[in-house]
Design a protein around this ligand. Structure first.
Ligand SMILES: Cc1cc2nc3c(=O)[nH]c(=O)nc-3n(C[C@H](O)[C@H](O)[C@H](O)COP(=O)(O)O)c2cc1C
Ligand SMILES: [Mn+2]
Length: 477
């Protein structure tokens, strides 16, 4: 059986039974779904949440699933600290998708067309207080490049405008927007499909940074460990995942813009918005008892889904330039940072690695910290320690003015004026070199207890202090 959302949830609940909770009383999609994720996060808990009774919808909604690194390590079959390396290696070996017949495509079980199409019947959440309306936050939109014929995929936010229309918000140089503009230039509608609910390898494959237009389906195959099964769309020449939960088919209109936003974005502020193209939905196909997949916007899930593919792509790019790279971590809680550890052989390694990382993700990365390979980049205490002991700002800090932007989703990429208006600006990036000098320079050694002796410590021999010992050593009698 091909991998899909359900096979993943089955594996997840088998390995981590507490990682999925069901809410079966009625919840309002307006704040009711994100309220659970938010309340649990206050207690440091991040279980996936399956809402089986969403007001106004017959379908269930799943959210908050991709919030923990362990849940990603699970499908990659590795330890958490190896996620960027394994991810990067898999992206290097794409697996081409295969096409199956419509009868074999579970996503075609239910078909909704014509007047029956009503996006209001899907359990689409309103996520944050000032959001302009319900948003698809986990919809993977696919579109075919009219020049190369390649199918490109990515997640783009879609505000629901009415029963059949929604917006699409493209950032800067993302392929989705570049392709849309080619159709617009010819005055033609752009056929698209939006994929909702699939294996996390598919979701993350679709948001991986891949050079050139297209390639996301093959990246998804690599991350899933098998070819992605595709089926012909009903209303266009697109190929769509055969085992998604829901597929929305439609077109981006060339000449009809509407205002969208605000929307709570991944940096935790309301960002983006304005006039965006309209998508008209012309067909919905879904599985029986389909599960609508949501990503809790502007929260941990949004950050993890965006951050992990970044780590993977950066690992892959930096490794090509500096083979002594050890590990990479783009922390989900500050996705503008990147921690890189390497075995430094020459001084230039640091800048080579840092610039390769910056070039992988020009839009958002702005603080690169390079450390030696004795530092665990998943442990921020160690990174901070390396900065405190091996970094001298005057010598080891490089500021790159006007690197990010202009505009986009970083709050620093805007100039805020007293009249309430904003204008886009560029903001700077830094490279923090917290490594020891390269050989032959000898830097003080790190103080450690010999590892073989640490291994000999007999923890079973530990016991509590006795009353007699307390009298003997802990009192002054
Ligand atoms: C949860 C989530 C939401 C995203 N929302 C948007 C969005 O609204 N607009 C956008 O351009 N990119 C968005 N992205 C980023 C793109 O999906 C991602 O960078 C992708 O690689 C772009 O692919 P492309 O260059 O092929 O278009 C989002 C990513 C994630 C993980
Ligand atoms: Mn692309």
């Amino acid at each position: 059986m091909a991998k899909d959302l359900r096979s993943y949830l089955s594996e997840l609940t088998h390995t981590y039974p507490d990682s999925l909770k069901v809410v079966d009383h009625e919840v309002d999609p307006r704040f009711g779904i994100t309220a659970y994720a938010s309340r649990l996060a206050q207690d440091g808990q991040h279980p996936g949440l399956l809402f089986t009774n969403v007001k106004g919808s017959e379908l269930s909604c799943i959210s908050n699933v991709l919030t923990e690194y362990e849940r990603i390590a699970l499908y990659l079959g590795c330890e958490v600290e190896d996620i960027p390396r394994v991810y990067g290696e898999l992206l290097k070996a794409p697996i081409a998708p295969i096409e199956v017949e419509k009868q074999a495509a579970t996503v075609k079980e239910v078909v909704i067309e014509g007047d029956d199409i009503d996006l209001g019947k899907l359990p689409i959440p309103v996520h944050n207080e000032q959001d302009g309306g319900p948003y698809l936050s986990a919809g993977v939109m696919v579109i075919r490049d009219p020049d190369s014929g390649e199918i490109n995929a990515g997640i783009y936010r879609h505000q629901i405008f009415n029963a059949k229309e929604m917006g699409v918000w493209f950032l800067g140089a993302h392929h989705g927007g570049l392709i849309y503009k080619k159709y617009k230039k010819q005055g033609k509608p752009a056929p698209i499909a939006i994929v909702l609910g699939h294996h996390p390898g598919f979701v993350m494959g679709s948001v991986s940074r891949i050079q050139g237009i297209g390639g996301e389906y093959a990246a998804a195959g690599a991350l899933m460990g098998e070819p992605l099964e595709l089926v012909a769309a009903d209303t266009s020449d697109l190929l769509v995942p055969a085992h998604a939960e829901i597929i929305l088919e439609g077109e981006i209109l060339p000449d009809h813009e509407q205002v969208e936003g605000p929307f709570g974005e991944w940096p935790g502020h309301y960002l983006g918005g304005g006039s965006v193209p309209t998508i008209r939905i012309t067909r919905i196909t879904h599985r029986r008892h389909a599960i609508f997949q949501d990503i809790v916007a502007s929260s941990r899930e949004h950050l993890v889904v965006g951050g992990v593919p970044r780590s993977g792509s950066i690992y892959h790019t930096v490794k090509d330039v500096v083979p002594s790279l050890k590990a990479v971590h783009v922390p989900f809680y500050a996705r503008m940072h990147c921690y890189i550890s390497l075995h430094k052989e020459r001084e230039a390694d640091v800048k080579k690695a840092a610039f390769a990382a910056l070039n992988t993700e020009q839009e958002n990365l702005r603080h690169i910290f390079v450390v030696d390979d004795d530092i665990n980049v998943f442990n921020e205490e160690e990174v901070a320690w390396a900065m405190g002991t091996r970094f001298d700002a005057e010598r080891d800090l490089l500021v790159i003015p006007k690197w990010n932007g202009p505009g986009g989703l970083l709050p620093t990429n805007w100039e805020y004026h007293a009249d309430g208006k904003n204008t886009p600006r560029m903001s700077s990036a830094i490279i923090v070199d917290a490594t020891k000098p390269a050989p032959p320079i000898v830097f003080p050694k790190r103080a450690v207890v010999p590892a073989d002796h640490v291994g000999l410590a007999d923890l079973d021999a530990l016991r509590g202090i006795t009353e007699e010992e307390k009298r003997k050593w802990l009192t002054n009698e």
